[in-house]
Design a protein around this ligand. Structure first.
Ligand SMILES: Nc1ncnc2c1ncn2[C@@H]1O[C@H](COP(=O)(O)OP(=O)(O)OP(=O)(O)O)[C@@H](O)[C@H]1O
Length: 248
């Protein structure tokens, strides 16, 4: 079953074509990596898939339902959630309260920080479950500002999971991390991918090699190659354009 698909996507910015006839199928349950050199159009494609940009032409479907005309919030409600390269964490709140606030805003109750404690506390058990999933239980009481970079990424994944997504988009989940953090995120992505479809933009090729079932390589806004990691990494056009000796 195809969880997420794009057909003939184009995005033009004042005459500059950042996305050029991109078609893509992501199967349910797979981890799909989108890679490509700087400026290849990865972020633009992510924005198109998650509704933050509207395509100039083409369409995006989530489980066969057309979503490319919907707002990001409506797309989230249909089961596609996305983490950002730029942190969406509230630094002045504790780790636990970040997740509580995210659960509260998903519940449809208006986001009010002066909401009575007892209303907020009803979200705590679920928040603690999510923190356990991302291995942050021990840091629940810590101020988010005091988390390490890697821990913040773990918290961001927990925030995305509050939406109970069927499809999760992760924007460079290992960016700026040391090898220990990278190994932790690889494990975590594998765990959250159980029973879920994951699409990630990732620069670190060893992360892609470890995680991705299939990859799509972008170049100048177009799909250069797409398929199983093992096949794509041997594609001479891909080696020439991007991968080089790193994985060849
Ligand atoms: N809002 C915009 N207006 C004009 N040009 C844009 C806009 N957004 C992106 N671009 C251009 O589109 C191209 C693709 O950018 P994009 O950020 O999608 O690439 P990327 O593959 O994510 O790059 P990186 O790996 O550096 O993050 C770039 O040339 C960029 O300058």
């Amino acid at each position: 079953m195809i969880a997420l698909s794009a057909r003939g996507l184009y995005k033009d910015f004042r005459g500059f074509r950042a996305t050029n006839d991109v078609s893509l199928d992501v199967e349910e349950g797979e981890i799909h990596a989108i890679i490509g050199p700087n400026g290849a159009g990865k972020t633009t494609l992510f924005n198109l898939l998650s509704g933050y940009l509207k395509p100039t032409r083409g369409e995006v479907r989530l489980y066969d339902e057309l979503i490319s005309h919907l707002s990001p919030e409506e797309i989230v409600r249909r089961g596609l959630s996305r983490s950002f390269q730029i942190s969406s964490v509230f630094s002045s709140l504790s780790v636990l309260d970040n997740v509580v606030v995210a659960l509260q805003s998903r519940s449809g109750l208006p986001a009010q920080f002066w909401r009575p404690e007892r209303v907020m506390r009803q979200f705590e058990p679920r928040a603690l479950e999510l923190l356990e999933q991302v291995h942050l239980t021990g840091l629940a009481g810590r101020l988010a500002a005091d988390l390490s970079h890697g821990e913040k990424r773990q918290l961001e994944i927990a925030l995305s999971l509050t939406q109970e997504p069927r499809v999760l988009l992760l924007d460079e989940p290992t960016s700026g991390m040391g090898s220990e953090g990278v190994a932790r995120v690889i494990r975590l992505v594998r765990e959250v991918a159980r029973g879920r479809t994951v699409v990630l933009v990732e620069h670190n090729m060893s992360v892609v090699a470890e995680l991705a079932h299939r990859i799509t390589v972008l170049q100048y806004g177009s799909v250069l190659a797409s398929g199983a990691y093992e096949d794509v990494r041997r594609d001479p056009r891909v080696i020439e354009a991007y991968l080089g000796e790193e994985v060849a």
